[in-house]
Write a protein that binds this ligand. Structure first.
Ligand code: ZN
Length: 175
C-alpha cells in the first residue's frame, strides 16, 4: 500500500507512514464489516415475529403452574398442577420453544410445538377421564374432581399456538 500523504510505499496494515509520519486510515477492518454488526435485535425481525404465537405460548407456560384439577374431599379442596407430574416440565419446554419459534417467525416449528402441547393435553385429559370412568367409583370421582384453569389454559394455548403458526404460514405463502 502507499501513503495517501506522500505517496511512498508503506508496509501493509500500517497505521502511520514511516516516511512522513501521516496517519493512515485503514481502508477496512473486521470491526467495520457489516457481518460483525449482526446483533440480537438484528436476528429478531419484527415483521416476522408472531405476536399471537407468543401470547399462546405464554398461556401454555401459565398452564403448567395453575391448578389442573382440584378434588373436593369432605369439604376441603386439594388441587394438582402439571408441575406435580413430569408433564409440567415438558409443557414449560414446549412453551419456551413456542416463544422462541414465534419470535423468529419459524411457522412450521411453531405448529409442531402447538401439536406437542395438544398431545400432552390429550394424555392428561385421558388420565382425568380414566379417573372419572362410568362405574360407581367414577361417578363419585367425577362429582369430586373439578377441572382447573390449568386444564383450560393447556387446551386454549395449544389450539391458539397451532392456529397462530398456520395463519402466519398461509400469510407468507400468499405474499
Ligand atoms: Zn507518507
Amino acid at each position: 500500500m502507499f501513503c495517501p500523504s506522500c505517496g511512498k510505499e508503506i508496509p501493509e496494515g500500517a497505521t502511520f507512514c514511516p516516511n512522513c509520519g501521516a496517519t493512515v486510515r485503514k481502508a477496512s477492518s473486521p470491526a467495520n464489516s457489516p457481518n460483525s454488526q449482526l446483533t440480537f435485535p438484528g436476528i429478531i425481525n419484527k415483521s416476522k415475529m408472531n405476536i399471537f404465537g407468543i401470547i399462546a405460548s405464554v398461556v401454555l407456560l401459565l398452564s403448567s403452574f395453575l391448578p389442573f384439577v382440584s378434588v373436593d374431599v369432605f369439604g376441603s379442596s386439594l388441587s394438582a398442577s402439571l408441575m406435580d407430574g413430569p408433564d409440567g416440565i415438558i409443557v414449560i419446554i414446549v412453551a419456551i420453544a413456542g416463544i422462541v419459534f414465534s419470535l423468529l417467525g419459524i411457522d412450521i416449528a411453531t405448529i409442531i410445538a402447538g401439536a406437542v402441547a395438544m398431545i400432552i393435553f390429550f394424555v392428561e385429559n385421558a388420565q382425568v377421564s380414566e379417573a372419572t370412568g362410568d362405574d360407581e367409583f367414577g361417578a363419585l370421582a367425577a362429582a369430586m374432581i373439578d377441572k382447573g384453569p390449568g386444564y383450560y389454559f393447556l387446551l386454549l394455548g395449544s389450539i391458539c399456538l397451532i392456529i397462530a403458526g398456520i395463519i402466519r404460514f398461509i400469510q407468507k405463502k400468499k405474499s
